[in-house]
Design a protein around this ligand. Structure first.
Ligand SMILES: [Cu+2]
Length: 276
């Protein structure tokens, strides 16, 4: 039974909405394909695995996105209100089972493909001989500590922390192992050498993040969290704090410089001289 013509919906509204959806999908796809806003090149082997996983996920979710939005645009136009009686369906059990299974396979499959990248950061420990660097976040600065020639970090005493007095980490002068420790507000690492970060916080939760390393790790008060990487491209990269940590969060950042081994050795000597 048809309702009065005056009660029928407008074809124009359905058409415009469908067209908008198709345009929206097209522009979204263009932005990804043209890489209008894209991340910087990765400088770790692990980062390339992360990128590969990102692209796999993007392709699968992208195809699902396009198909579902185009189907939606089609349905909006095709089933627009023409004054016909509304009908409803009870659903389709076969379809329900199929798309639930497809979703499970997709998510478990993606997780399975990502297991290497995940294990590399979270399960595998650093190779023997990796350079240890202690990373300490505090409101609102990063400090990086190197062991010096003895290969051992000296003891820290929280009651000795005095940033304006030149002891931001609270190094204990009574501990001989700490005499050659180097503390710097910027980080340097030699290219193609594995380094192990020992990430700490003096106050609230911060987050160590270098986009090019594809590495992000929270710095949590009371914990020392280890992560490791080997950077393959010399250069200077920003280390922002990636966790909202207070009013000065926006200015909490430092820099990582990846340099040749000889440059790194002379950088360490300069820092040691400056720390005296
Ligand atoms: Cu912070």
């Amino acid at each position: 039974m048809l309702r009065q013509k005056a009660c029928a919906g407008s074809t124009a509204v359905a058409a415009v909405f469908s067209l908008f959806l198709v345009l929206f999908v097209g522009i979204t796809c263009y932005l990804f394909i043209a890489k209008t806003w894209w991340f910087p090149i990765s400088i770790t082997g692990f980062g390339r695995e992360v990128d590969a996983q990102f692209m796999r996920t993007l392709w699968i979710t992208g195809i699902v996105f396009v198909l579902s939005q185009v189907a939606l645009a089609y349905a909006i136009y095709k089933f627009r209100d023409r004054g016909q009686r509304a009908s409803h369906s009870e659903g389709n059990q076969t379809m329900e089972v199929l798309w639930t299974l497809a979703t499970i396979i997709m998510f478990v499959g993606l997780g399975f493909l990502a297991r290497n990248a995940w294990a590399e950061v979270h399960f595998r420990s650093a190779v023997p001989g990796a350079i240890p660097i202690e990373v300490t976040g505090q409101q609102f600065a990063w400090n990086f500590r190197y062991t010096g020639p003895d290969g051992v970090f000296g003891r820290l005493k929280p009651e000795l922390i005095n940033a304006s007095g030149g002891n931001p980490l609270g190094l204990d002068p009574a501990d001989a192992a700490g005499k050659d420790d180097i503390v710097s507000p910027v980080m340097a690492v030699p290219v193609n050498r594995e380094v192990e970060l020992l990430i700490r916080s003096q106050d609230v939760t911060h987050s160590f993040f270098v986009r090019e390393l594809r590495l992000k790790q929270d710095a949590v008060p009371g914990l020392t969290i280890r992560v490791h990487f080997a950077a393959t491209e010399p250069g200077r990269y920003e280390i922002p704090c990636a966790e909202l940590c207070g009013l000065g969060h926006y200015r909490m950042h430092s820099f990582l410089t990846v340099m040749s081994d000889s440059e790194f050795q002379s950088w360490l000597r300069e820092q040691a001289a400056a720390n005296q």
